[in-house]
Design a protein around this ligand. Structure first.
Ligand SMILES: [Fe+2]
Length: 267
């Protein structure tokens, strides 16, 4: 009975793409929406708004913090990570059925509306190939639940109030150095899952890379059924620390490089 009910709320399964099992976020599939249907890309936060890379003082401070937490691999040089691609993960059942009217790279404000609830965070990094070379002009999408654990999806059945100020989905396009940036909230838990952000990387002429980003030091990670599927030596590739920036009142900072192991597009 549970399997039948869950299948009924699975829009991607209804499209005949296929699914792995019936638990939330259990599908290991690729969203069927293509980048082209979302129109031109115009990020609100350009690379000029804030430095994409932290100052050296920030880097040293973060190394101290992460070193104490045993998370130094998060700051490993791209070349050292280049031999291993970012692991693929489930797209989950809540990829938008249609793009929101506002799908820029700022998920915490819809047009000129109120600021969303939650811990405002800047998620940024670079998209690199297996040799550490930047991949430019590539569309990156993220989607996640709001601060109340609700997705913006017609089949989502949560009971908490939806935060009307949270966009839920956004996209960025990497610049000439492979850099991307989002303003969003630090992900929160919802029933059955540890906090995570869904990510889809869509290079032209290659199969998309669909994965999920997790929060460093999150105690629920090790009991999460999808996180546990990632080999232990690859978990740092889908984990980012959300740390305070220079301004204690400002957004948290999360740095995450994505390593794209090319897969030729079929057909
Ligand atoms: Fe999810």
């Amino acid at each position: 009975m549970r399997k039948q009910r869950a299948a009924a709320i699975d829009p991607i399964a209804e499209q005949g793409v296929g699914r792995a099992d019936f638990r939330p976020d259990a599908m290991v599939i690729t969203p069927t929406c293509t980048g082209s249907q979302y129109g031109p890309s115009q990020p609100i936060f350009t690379q000029d708004h804030l430095p994409v890379r932290p100052h050296m003082a920030d880097i040293r401070r973060r190394r101290l913090l992460l070193g104490a937490a045993g998370l130094l691999p998060l700051l490993t040089a791209p070349a050292a990570l280049a031999a291993m691609s970012t692991p693929r993960q489930s797209a989950g059942p809540f990829y938008p059925t249609e793009p929101p009217l506002d799908d820029d790279n700022n998920l915490v404000r819809i047009h000129d509306g109120e600021v969303a609830s939650g811990q405002i965070s800047d998620l940024r990094g670079r998209l690199l190939d297996l040799n550490g070379r930047p991949l430019s002009g590539v569309r990156i999408e993220i989607w996640q639940c709001d601060a109340n654990g609700r997705y913006r999806h017609p089949r989502e059945r949560g009971r908490s109030p939806i935060d009307p100020a949270f966009q839920g989905f956004g996209h960025a396009v990497t610049d000439e150095e492979g850099r991307y940036r989002f303003r969003t909230i630090k992900p929160v838990t919802y029933p059955g899952r540890t906090p995570h952000i869904h990510v889809a990387v869509r290079p032209k002429g290659a199969e998309p890379l669909v994965t999920q980003l997790y929060v460093a030091e999150e105690p629920r990670n090790t009991s999460d059924f999808l996180y546990r599927r990632i080999p232990e030596d690859q978990r740092h590739l889908v984990t980012a620390a959300f740390l305070p920036g220079n301004d204690p009142q400002g957004p948290l900072q999360a740095d995450w490089d994505i390593i794209f192991g090319a897969v030729e597009a079929s057909g």
